[in-house]
Design a protein around this ligand. Structure first.
Ligand SMILES: Cc1cc2nc3c(=O)[nH]c(=O)nc-3n(C[C@H](O)[C@H](O)[C@H](O)COP(=O)(O)OP(=O)(O)OC[C@H]3O[C@@H](n4cnc5c(N)ncnc54)[C@H](O)[C@@H]3O)c2cc1C
Length: 476
């Protein structure tokens, strides 16, 4: 690989600024600051310039200049990522490219069930544009009011609709990408069938900006559900949750769109710290699930289906109690319990987070085994787990023992990560189900990914980005 420039010269900065015009760059350190701190406040980076191109041509021109001068580029969308991937390193050698001005909806095609948008469109706006055409864009997650679709694709975001609709990867039909040499790779088609060789678009999805810059994409849309039924249930155990999910899928003719599990520690934290949260059930239990069923038509008898699913669960000893939302407001109140869990956990001191997945059938075993090992290592540790159990994905977070020494607990993070990740990998699971690798999990990736897989990844990186200018030091 060609050596990267150690500094960005004033001449290069001038060329980059001229490529985007006066509205397209920021040099004032105060105005640059929000782009340089990551969502979790773990990394504060440096850059000589924030570039804000407004078109694919401007992105391409910036990349050409960077390729010619060996200048690293860090792409950024909404800067909501959770592993430091969108933050430049502290050495100030990389320019930051924010895609937020590339925020046009290029086409809505209801008959093709597609929407074509630029990378900087906010995820919630993609959903709203689809809804205007009576279509559903099902990607949905906590940060959707700020995250941009280019960032969602680059992290292969999951969220609450994966069970039914898949990850971001499954929702993309085409992409437009500026390659690390500045050429535009136009794969912007809305085809559901195209067997003309390698599926190149998939290379850039989940690549965290290390292989090129996504400038636009064609996304799949779906019919909007006419009826959604939401229930909050107490369940007997994690194993009962998994069994309930399986039975619910069969009994509802596979109309389960969400299945979220919440352990009692997480639930209790929410009730203790989030103002306005109300208990949906009279008593407290050890395990809860939030289930959502959806159907195309409001006259589909979905309410009765939900009742039948829950009654079957009670009969089989899986469900201990349940409440079905009587209104949209009540459904939102159920969701608020799930969505505010990360916030609630902050009030309980130091938390060490793991975003992991295992096969759905091994979720219960994973929770038992990992919890037992952690308790043996740190007596009093509080496993605050919750997650998209329908996708085999848990946010397996652990909080410091109550009233304990936070710094001493933090100092154990390496041991704790090892316990959790060894258990995950022992079950052929993943150490990063949703959030990606970025900077945070680079060493973990080296430790756990097979050497052959790492070789293939490095070969792809070298083939597409021989100068190593695209988001260097992230992922690999
Ligand atoms: C409150 C909250 C809840 C969340 N819940 C979930 C969840 O349930 N499920 C889930 O999967 N994730 C979840 N996330 C993570 C979420 O998926 C990511 O934060 C989001 O997808 C990143 O989008 P962004 O625009 O903010 O990207 P950024 O943070 O700006 O960037 C993320 C990565 O993508 C790269 N990138 C950004 N734009 C481009 C582009 N156009 N071309 C190439 N590379 C690019 C960056 O370099 C970086 O590597 C959550 C995040 C928050 C804050």
């Amino acid at each position: 690989m060609t050596a990267l420039a150690t500094t960005v010269s004033d001449a290069v900065i001038d060329r980059l600024c001229s490529a985007v015009g006066p509205k397209g760059f920021i040099l004032d350190p105060d105005l640059m600051a929000p782009y340089l701190l990551d969502e979790r406040g773990m990394y504060r980076g440096k850059t000589p310039v924030v570039l804000r191109p407004a078109s694919t041509a401007e992105v391409a021109e910036i990349v050409r200049i960077c390729a010619e001068t060996g200048t690293p580029i860090v792409p950024q969308g909404g800067n909501t990522g959770l592993c430091g991937a969108a933050t430049p390193y502290e050495d100030g050698r990389a320019v930051l490219m924010s895609l937020t001005r590339m925020n046009r909806v290029r086409e809505v095609d209801p008959l093709n069930y597609t929407i074509t948008v630029e990378a900087g469109v906010i995820l919630a706006d993609v959903q709203a544009e689809a809804a205007k055409a009576d279509r559903l864009f099902p990607l949905s997650l906590g940060g959707e009011g700020s995250a941009r679709i280019g960032g969602n694709l680059s992290t292969n975001a999951g969220g609450t609709g994966v069970l039914k609709y898949g990850n971001a990867r499954d929702l993309v039909l085409g992409v437009e990408v500026v390659l690390p040499d500045g050429r535009v790779l136009d794969l912007l088609c809305g085809l559901r069938k195209d067997n003309t060789g390698y599926d190149l678009k998939q290379l850039f999805i989940g690549a965290e900006g290390t292989l090129g810059i996504i400038t636009a994409c064609v996304l799949k849309t779906f019919p909007r559900p006419g009826d959604v039924q939401t229930a909050f249930c107490a369940v007997a155990s994690p194993a009962a949750s998994v069994e309930l999910l399986s039975r619910a899928r069969t009994l509802s003719d596979d109309r389960v769109i969400t299945f979220e599990w919440i352990g009692s520690t997480a639930y209790d934290f929410g009730m203790r710290h989030i103002p306005g949260l109300r208990r949906p059930l009279v008593n407290d239990y050890d395990h809860y699930v939030l289930i959502e069923l959806a159907a195309g038509s409001a006259a589909s008898g979905l309410r009765e289906t939900m009742e039948a699913v829950l009654a079957d669960g009670v009969e089989n000893g899986l469900v201990l109690d349940a409440a079905i939302a009587e209104s949209t407001a009540q459904a939102k109140a159920f969701w608020k319990i799930r969505e505010t869990l990360p916030e609630a956990q902050k009030s309980e001191g130091v938390s060490i987070k793991h975003d992991v997945s295992v096969p759905i059938s091994r979720i219960a075993e994973f929770i038992d085994v990992a919890s037992a090992k952690l308790t043996a290592r740190v007596p009093g540790i509080r496993v605050c787990a919750f997650g998209h159990i329908g996708d085999g994905n848990l946010h397996f977070n652990v909080s410091q023992p109550a009233g304990g020494d936070g710094a001493a607990f933090q100092a154990l993070h390496h041991d704790i990560n090892r316990i959790v990740h060894d258990t995950v990998v022992g079950m052929r699971g993943s150490i990063s189900a949703e959030h990606g690798i970025g900077r945070l999990k680079r060493e973990e990736l080296q430790h756990y990914k097979s050497p052959v897989a790492l070789d293939v990844m490095r070969a792809l990186k070298a083939a597409l980005d021989p100068k190593g200018i695209m988001n260097p030091g992230k992922v690999l």
